[in-house]
Design a protein around this ligand. Structure first.
Ligand code: SIN
Length: 334
């Protein structure tokens, strides 16, 4: 039987509360990985290995934890005794870690993320079922020779490229941003294979800004002033309205940021569809606005686009590009 390594990072799946009836009153990241496995009778006696990589509420996720995860994953990729990897994670930033893994993994073994919407002490705890499903999906993916990244949640398997949290408290909280779940046995999208070495460079500062009524760019200008003393602002992802439009006040501030050397990308604040690159992106719209000049982040959420811009800038630090990314109107290839 193929051997699955479970890497635990915390989250609600490892959360506990004092009152099982108040499932919203709990602390994430309390149980260790072996306790999570012991709560699944079907996994007892299975060919599993476990490792506690981190223990955090995923709202606090960041490059330092991603480096630990990358280290554990690289070891697992080299270990002939490991056929597939399951990562337990918090739901809140699962889509960011999924996006990161999809970008960096080389596709030699399957990686499956899973999580839970209820803590382990809740009467309707969904963690044990999700963990069991994730191990089964990972095992069957390894048998098929699959090497991509997926997320298994509430009985469905999502490509790591598409998955995102779409409901703040429902048990079935994830969707694919308009893309359907993967069918059993269907090939997973090939990971991009950028390599784990990206994470070794000092991370750039990339922030997300939202376009909304009265968005006049005040925050962007404040960030530029702050950067003069606190260190550079390298990138901004705008969570734009609709299909990538930006309030003219914010647009003007983004132009100032661009002139100061900040890379600007457009995503959408709309739940599905994202901002697709279109012919004519990069040309002035003739009315003084130029939002279409910012590269479009495709179907990525703003948080995922931020991850991809961080990784893009990290790669450029390791291998300087032939031309600056802001002249490109091509959405990041994910
Ligand atoms: C977290 O993201 O770590 C807490 C919330 C959750 O897992 O649902």
């Amino acid at each position: 039987m193929s051997r699955v390594l479970i890497l635990a990072t915390g989250g609600t799946i490892a959360g506990t509360g004092i009152d099982p009836q108040r499932s919203w009153a709990y602390q994430a990241a309390q149980l260790g990985v072996d306790q999570l496995v012991q709560a699944v009778p079907e996994l007892v006696g299975e060919s599993l290995a476990t490792r506690q990589v981190a223990q955090l509420d995923s709202k606090d996720m960041g490059v330092s934890t991603w480096r630990l995860l990358a280290q554990a994953l690289q070891e697992a990729m080299r270990d002939p005794a490991v056929d597939a990897i399951v990562i337990t994670h918090g739901t809140d930033t699962l889509e960011e870690t999924a996006c990161l893994l999809h970008a960096l993994h080389d596709g030699c073994k399957p990686i499956v993320l899973t999580a839970a919407m209820r803590p382990a002490t809740a009467p309707d705890a969904d963690g044990p079922r999700n963990l069991l499903d994730a191990v089964r999906v990972a095992r069957s993916a390894a048998l098929r020779g699959e090497g991509g990244v997926a997320a298994v949640l509430a009985g469905r398997t999502w490509s790591a490229r598409d998955v995102r949290k779409a409901h703040s408290h429902a048990m079935d909280a994830f969707d694919g941003g308009g893309e359907p779940p993967l069918r059993e046995g269907e090939s997973w999208p090939a990971p991009m294979g950028w390599g784990w070495a990206c994470l070794s460079a000092a991370p750039p500062r990339v922030e997300v800004i939202t376009s909304h009524a009265d968005a006049d760019g005040w925050l962007v200008d404040a960030a530029l002033r702050h950067a003069a003393s606190a260190g550079p602002l390298d990138g901004l992802v705008v969570a734009a309205t609709g299909h990538g439009t930006v309030h003219q006040g914010l647009e003007a501030a983004l132009q100032r940021a661009h002139q100061a050397g900040v890379v600007v990308w457009r995503s959408s604040r709309v739940a599905r569809g994202g901002v697709q690159a279109r012919e004519g992106d990069g040309e002035c719209d003739g009315q003084g606005g130029a939002a279409a000049a910012w590269p479009a982040a495709g179907s990525l959420t703003a948080a995922q686009a931020r991850v991809m811009l961080v990784l893009t800038l990290l790669r450029q630090r390791l291998q300087p590009p032939q031309r600056p990314p802001e002249t490109s109107s091509i959405a990041p290839a994910v």
